[in-house]
Design a protein around this ligand. Sequence first.
Ligand SMILES: Cc1ncc(COP(=O)(O)O)c(C=O)c1O
Length: 409
Amino acid sequence: MAVNKQPANAQNKLNKLTLELEEYPMEELARIKKELIKKGRPVFDFGTGDPKIPTWEPIRDACVNAIPEISQYPSVKGPDDLRVAQQGYLERRFDIKPDSGYSIIPSSGSKEAIFHIAMCLVGRSGGKKHIVYPDPGYPVYRSSTKFAHGIPFPIKLSESNGYLLEPWEMPPYIQRDCAAIWLNYPQNPTGATATREYWKNVVDWAHKTDTILLSDDCYIDIYNSEIDNKPVENDEEDERPACPLQFSSDRVLTFQSLSKRSGMTGYRSGFIAGDSDIVKGILKARANFGVGSPDFISSAAITAWNDDEHVRERRKIFTNRIKMAAPVFQNLGLLDNAPDATFYLWTKIPEVFGTGDVRYCLGLAEHGVICSPSSWLSESIKGYARFALVPEEESLKEALEVIRDYIIS
Ligand SMILES: Cc1ncc(COP(=O)(O)O)c(C=O)c1O
């Protein structure tokens, strides 16, 4: 037997990339929360975007009823009836016809799909290496690019243009060398949304520059529930968040998820849909990743994608919470407009804290309110805090009092 006699320490047991990884910020929040609970203090957790609303019962039943006596490997492609349910959803929600030339592949939630896609795209088309993404934004856009040996290129979003990432404004060398671009509207953490016109422009830009447009559509169904009551005569009047796949499937991929739409974060279920050439390649790659969803999860997912009513009910809950919380921050001068979508409030921090968003959030945490400082959600933006409207109404009311007292004291 070969014996490795080389001395080993933590520094040479892992590669540089892994050693240099920052701790996932949410872990830090979990630690603070644990400390508070240990001290017996009430905790109002606005940290992680994982609302505790029961999953619709038929979804749970579908899962339980599908647990087999004999368990076998699931296929990466997923069962046909799952694909049919996902296609049905895309047609009902976005008027994307199943025969419009796109392909579909299930994912185990969108996080892993977002992470893995970089490996398939970095180096494409003669060596394009940059992956562009919004800052602030979901941290996996960056980490996946680095693990794929690409070059991360964050674009700082600004309140002045509604937090829209305008890729045509990027330096020409980036536009030339851009393997892919991540967009995420409705956006975490800003709650920003994009118009249909914006999407059409971005799709055109992606075609002109030969860039793959990756649309992270995790929050696409979490919009103001009042829109549900408005009659829609034609597409242009449709105020619901749009998806770029509505405008073209050429070089466009949408990443959909049941996590926020159906309250299924723990099930890990979503899908990628778009450009058939790309999806075909991803399918081959994904056979290596070990990310096939168990069939009982697929059964739950079929029930979820086939129904819109439970999603309407979820939207009402989040809209109500935004209506409760946004005015409190607006009256304190920390928020201009209530968001039209997501369940996040991206608030400024009080002036006395300067850019000390971490100090502000740690101070709030001492009073039992957990939220995320912008420094943990962004590579460059300071002076903001994100409140995920996770606490239920009673507790939210109490927490808003605590926040108000802390800020005006
Ligand atoms: C913007 C964004 N994208 C993707 C995800 C991943 O979601 P999931 O893997 O649960 O589908 C999240 C989770 O919070 C998110 O905020």
